[in-house]
Ligand binder design. Structure first.
Ligand code: KIV
Ligand code: ZN
Length: 385
């Protein structure tokens, strides 16, 4: 039996912070319902003290979903915590996510404070949040650049104060996978009582390593991952939910899995992309337009003989009906023959060779070869007339 990894989706909080991605409450509820169908464990619905709109969204999402825990973000500030608790009033399962920066950069420049003072504020915030809800998550902002020894003291203290989950964010996307893994491993080893809480990864993608860092942290012992659909989020984004989920499905030897219904990944990606007006890059892992498209002759030939030669995931498993064999000037005869067969034309030997020659001339001059072009190429128009 695989170890369960909790999926904490922050599309509606960290993802929604992206300029131009703001959603209204009705749209947020639509995304939250889709996330519930997808099977996420926690929905971070917003930062209630930040605006009346965000407060209202957290409140309405709390009413709209029943399975996932609904989480609200706060700073380590009593007023924030009170407002978050109020916004979560109707949640079947509510979580307050409170925290403070623990790197020297944050302590010095953001708070003009000291490590000791920050530690006390962290503990006080968790204790205060515990007055309202049982489930309190603490985030050590900029943990990626925080000193491990100090971080371990903070984590130990907040667990003692009642934190059920402790989030170790690589807020600036600075860490390398081995470094982030070592940080989680250090905490697993040096924090007294660490097993009373769940450690969580929260990685940003500034160096393109959010998914790699999250996976490294998970292998080192974290059992919650914070992520967003399509990897949207501040600056270069957050860890992409679909990438972590499919990496674990592909690497069963890790013995860690999620409750995500992967067949809903593509539809969820499309919903978020269209509501947030954020196109998904064509080559985006798992959900990009080209993620299951084969265009070079060698690959197409291999896939047509056996999909496993170039596919590590089944397109059906992420909710697509099939892979795509895209015809370009790099395609081979096998792909052309295959597509023509699908269109009802069986070409072999010389007739295939001639059609392929004509196809290459056409493909060299056209980026997108359509079925009509292929039909014209084999004289289909004449046949039909
Ligand atoms: O990146 C970060 O540190 C965050 C926290 C507020 C959890 O988003
Ligand atoms: Zn973040």
């Amino acid at each position: 039996m695989a170890d369960k990894l909790y999926i904490f989706d922050t599309t509606l909080r960290d993802g929604e912070q992206v300029p131009g991605c703001q959603l209204n409450t009705v749209e947020k509820i639509e995304v939250a319902r889709q996330l519930e169908l997808l099977g996420v464990d926690v929905i971070e619905a917003g930062f209630p003290v930040s605006s009346p709109g965000d407060f209202n969204s957290v409140r309405e999402i709390s009413k709209a979903v029943t399975q996932p825990t609904v989480c609200a973000l706060t700073r380590a500030v009593e007023k924030d915590i009170e407002v978050a608790a109020d916004a979560l009033k109707y949640a079947k399962r509510g979580r307050i996510h409170t925290g403070i920066g623990t790197s020297d950069e944050h302590i010095r420049y953001k708070f003009n404070s000291t490590r000791e003072e920050v530690l006390q504020r962290a503990v006080a915030a968790v204790k205060y949040a515990k007055r309202f809800v049982e489930d309190v998550e603490f985030y050590a902002e900029d943990a990626g650049r925080s000193d491990n020894e100090y971080l371990a003291r903070v984590v130990e203290a907040v667990i003692k104060a009642g934190a059920t989950v402790v989030n170790i964010p690589d807020t600036t996307g600075y860490c390398l996978p081995a470094e982030y893994a070592a940080k989680i491993a250090y905490l697993m080893e040096h924090v007294d009582g660490v097993h009373r809480a769940v450690l969580s990864t929260h990685c940003h993608n500034d160096l393109g390593m959010a998914t790699a860092n999250s996976l490294a942290g998970i292998v080192a012992g974290a059992r919650q991952v914070e992520c967003t659909i399509n990897g949207i989020g501040e600056r270069a984004g957050n860890t992409a939910l679909e990438e972590v989920v499919m990496a674990l499905r592909c690497h069963k030897e890790l013995g860690i899995d999620t409750d995500i219904d992967t067949k809903r990944l593509t539809s969820t990606s499309r919903l978020v992309s269209s509501l947030m007006n954020m196109p998904v890059q064509a080559n985006k892992a798992v959900v990009g337009r080209n993620a299951f498209a084969h265009s070079s002759g060698i690959h197409q030939d291999g896939v047509l003989k056996n999909r496993e030669s170039y596919e590590i995931m089944n397109p059906e498993d992420v909710g697509l009906s099939d892979n795509a064999i895209v015809l370009t000037a790099r395609s081979g005869r096998a792909a052309l023959k295959h597509r023509l067969e699908q269109l009802g034309y069986l070409l072999e030997g010389d007739s295939l060779a001639k059609a392929y020659e004509k196809f290459l001339v056409l493909a060299d001059n056209n980026k997108n070869i359509q079925d009509e072009d292929l039909l014209a190429l084999v004289g289909a128009k004449e046949k039909k007339d």
